[in-house]
Design a protein around this ligand. Structure first.
Ligand code: PGA
Length: 245
C-alpha cells in the first residue's frame, strides 16, 4: 500500500493538452512515496492504462451489479478488465446529482472489492452540516454505512474527505480545519471498520491547487489529495505533487 496518493479526477473532462502529452508529462515525475493515480472518463481507461507510465488508473464510478440489463452501467469487473486498479466511489457529485444513497454506495463498495478493485471512498459534509457543527457525527455515519463485510478482505482502501462546499468552488478547507476533521474520521474508522484498516490512508479533496497545497500539508496528517479542476493541467497537477515534498 502506498504511503501517499495524488489522484487526478478528470470528471467528464479531458486535459486540454491531450491525453498522451498529459501522461507523458506525468511520467517524468519522480513519484517518491506518492502513488500518482489518473481517473479518466470510462472510454479513456484503456488509453490511460496503456500510455500512463508509472501512473495508476482509477474509474470514477462503477455499477453495483456484475452484469445484465442495466443500460449505461459499467461493472467493476469490466473496469478491472480495462486494467484499472482503483475506483472512486461515493463522490459527492454522484451522491447529489445522481441521488446515490449510502446504501447504494455500500453495495458498489462491496462489489468493487469482490472484483479486485481498490476503492477510493469519498465522504464529506455540506455547508449546512458544517455550519451546525455536526461534521464528526455526519462523517461517522457515512463511514459506518460503508462498513460492508467485504472490508474484511480488502487489500487496499483509500478514504477521501471532500467537504461538498469546497468542491469546484475555489473555497478550500484550511489545513487546520482538515487536520481537526481527520481526527474524527480516524476515530470513526477505528470504531466501525475492521481493526486491520486502522492505517487507512485519508486524502483531502476540494479546490486543491498549487497555491494551497503548502497550508494543507503543513499539519502533516493528510495522506494525499483528490484533485478535480487543477488536475486537468499536468503542470498544475505536478506542482501539487511537488508541494507534497
Ligand atoms: P475540485 O474537485 O478539485 O475541482 O474541487 C475535487 C473533486 O471533486 O474530487
Amino acid at each position: 500500500m502506498p504511503n501517499r496518493y495524488l489522484i487526478a479526477n478528470w470528471k467528464m473532462n479531458l486535459p486540454p493538452e491531450g491525453v498522451e502529452s498529459y501522461l507523458a508529462n506525468l511520467s517524468g515525475a519522480d513519484p517518491r512515496d506518492v502513488a500518482l493515480v489518473v481517473a479518466p472518463p470510462f472510454p479513456f481507461l484503456r488509453q490511460v492504462v496503456q500510455c500512463g507510465e508509472g501512473t495508476c488508473v482509477a474509474a470514477q464510478n462503477c455499477s453495483d451489479h456484475v452484469s445484465g440489463a442495466f443500460t449505461g452501467e459499467v461493472s467493476p469487473g469490466m473496469i478491472r478488465e480495462c486494467g484499472a486498479d482503483y475506483v472512486i466511489l461515493g463522490h459527492s457529485e454522484r451522491r447529489t446529482l445522481f441521488s446515490e444513497s449510502d446504501a447504494l454506495v455500500a453495495r458498489k463498495l462491496a462489489l468493487a472489492i469482490e472484483s479486485g478493485l481498490a476503492p477510493v471512498l469519498c465522504i464529506g459534509e455540506d455547508v449546512r452540516v458544517r455550519d451546525t457543527g455536526h461534521v464528526a457525527h455526519f462523517l461517522a455515519d457515512q463511514i459506518k454505512a460503508a462498513a460492508v463485510d467485504a472490508l474484511e478482505q480488502v487489500e487496499e482502501i483509500v478514504l477521501a474527505y471532500e467537504p461538498i462546499w469546497a468542491i469546484g468552488t475555489g473555497r478550500n478547507a484550511s489545513g487546520a480545519m482538515v487536520a481537526e476533521t481527520l481526527v474524527g474520521i480516524r476515530h470513526a474508522i477505528e470504531r466501525f471498520w475492521p481493526a486491520r484498516l486502522a492505517e487507512t490512508r485519508i486524502l483531502y479533496g476540494g479546490s486543491v491547487s498549487p497555491d494551497n497545497v503548502d497550508d494543507l500539508v503543513a499539519h502533516g496528517t493528510i495522506d494525499g489529495f483528490l484533485v478535480g479542476g487543477a488536475s486537468l493541467d499536468s503542470r498544475k497537477f505536478l506542482a501539487i505533487h511537488a508541494g507534497m515534498r
